[in-house]
Design a protein around this ligand. Structure first.
Ligand SMILES: NC(=O)c1ccc[n+]([C@@H]2O[C@H](COP(=O)([O-])OP(=O)(O)OC[C@H]3O[C@@H](n4cnc5c(N)ncnc54)[C@H](OP(=O)(O)O)[C@@H]3O)[C@@H](O)[C@H]2O)c1
Length: 280
C-alpha cells in the first residue's frame, strides 16, 4: 500500500507522504493498537503533539510495528505554554523522552498565540533543536502569513510546513495560495471536519456515487488535488484503509469546485481563529 502513496518534497529537502494519520484521542494500549494498525495498512506519516498526551503511545506503536523507523515520518508539536526559549528547549527534549525516540522527523509550533507574542523565541528553539539533530524538519501550525513573515524576517529560517484547519467547510483558499507562492507545504488538520455532518452533504454523496467511492475518499482526494497533505484520524482499521485508498481516481475541475463551494465564512469546527486563539 505505502508504495502507492505519492511523496512530496518539502522546502528543506525532507520527503513526506501525500497523506498522514492523525492521532487525537488515540491513547494507551487501544491507541497504540490503532496507530500500529495505521502503520500496517500503509500510513507512514504520523501526527502527534505534546498536548495530545499520547507521544508515548505513538512511540510504542512505532516500536511494535515491523516498519523500520527510518521509513516513518513522525511529527510532534510544541504547546503554547512553553514558547519561551528556556522552556521550549526542554519541552522538545521531553517530547522525545515521552515517545522514547531519538528524533522527530517534523516538529511544529502548535499555535502562534500572537497575543502572548513569543512565537519567535519558540521558533528559535526549534532551529536549535534541528541543529542538535533532535528534529529533522521544522514547521508551524495555524500560523497566518504575517506570523510566518515575521519568523523569516527575524531568524532567516522559513517553516517547511504549515498545518492548518482545512476541510470543505473551510477551504482556506487565500492561505493556501500564499503557501504556494512562498514554497511552504500545506497540511490539513480535521480534514474530514471531524465527521461532523459532512458525509451527508448531497454534493459529496453525488460525487462519491459517480466515482464508486465513499464520501470520505472523495473529500481526502479533494485535499490531495488541492496540493495539501490530509491527516485523517480513525480508530478503525477498515476506515484507515478506506481513507488511504484515494490514489486510483481523480476529481475533475467541476467536482473540485463543487466541494470547495461548501465553504462557509464561519466554517471552522470550533471557532479557533489563530489571530486570537489562546491554546494552552
Ligand atoms: N494542529 C492543530 O491545531 C490540530 C488541530 C486538530 C487536529 N489536528 C490533527 O489532525 C488530525 C485529524 O483531525 P481530527 O482528528 O480533528 O478530525 P478528522 O480526521 O477530520 O475526523 C476524525 C473523525 O472522523 C471519523 N472518521 C474517520 N474516517 C472516517 C470514515 N472513513 N468514515 C466515517 N468516519 C470517519 C473518526 O471516527 P473513528 O475514529 O471512529 O473512525 C473521527 O471521529 C488529528 O487527529 C490531529 O492529529 C491538529
Amino acid at each position: 500500500m505505502s508504495k502507492q502513496i505519492p511523496k512530496t518534497i518539502l522546502n528543506d529537502g525532507l520527503e513526506v507522504p501525500a497523506i498522514g494519520f492523525g492521532t487525537v484521542k488515540l491513547n494507551g494500549n487501544q491507541g497504540a493498537q490503532a496507530i500500529q494498525s495505521a502503520i500496517d495498512v500503509g500510513y507512514r506519516l504520523i501526527d502527534t503533539a505534546y498536548n495530545y498526551e499520547n507521544e508515548g503511545t505513538v512511540g510504542e506503536a512505532v516500536r511494535r510495528s515491523t516498519v523500520p523507523r527510518e521509513e516513518l515520518i513522525i511529527t510532534s508539536k510544541l504547546p503554547g505554554r512553553y514558547h519561551e526559549y528556556e522552556l521550549a528547549v526542554p519541552t522538545i527534549q521531553e517530547s522525545l523522552y515521552r515517545a522514547n525516540l531519538d528524533y522527530y522527523d517534523l516538529y511544529l509550533i502548535h499555535w502562534p498565540k500572537p497575543i502572548q507574542d513569543n512565537y519567535v523565541e519558540a521558533w528559535e528553539s526549534l532551529i536549535q533543536a534541528q541543529k542538535w539533530g533532535l528534529v529533522r524538519s521544522i514547521g508551524v501550525c495555524n500560523f497566518l502569513p504575517e506570523h510566518i513573515e515575521r519568523l523569516e524576517k527575524e531568524t532567516g529560517v522559513k517553516p517547511s510546513i504549515n498545518q492548518i484547519e482545512l476541510h470543505p467547510f473551510f477551504n482556506q483558499a487565500d492561505q493556501r495560495k500564499w503557501h504556494t507562492a512562498n514554497n511552504i507545504q500545506t497540511e490539513s488538520w480535521s480534514p474530514l471536519a471531524r465527521a461532523n455532518n459532512i458525509f451527508e452533504k448531497e454534493e459529496i454523496q453525488q460525487i462519491a456515487t459517480a466515482h464508486k467511492k465513499t464520501p470520505s475518499q472523495v473529500i481526502l482526494r479533494w485535499h490531495h488535488q488541492l496540493g495539501s497533505i490530509p491527516i485523517p484520524k480513525s480508530s478503525s482499521k477498515e476506515r484507515q484503509i478506506e481513507n488511504i485508498s484515494i490514489f486510483d481516481f481523480s476529481l475533475d475541475e467541476a467536482e473540485m469546485n463543487t466541494i470547495s463551494s461548501l465553504t462557509l465564512s464561519d466554517g471552522r469546527q470550533n471557532d479557533q481563529d489563530p489571530a486570537v486563539y489562546e491554546e494552552f
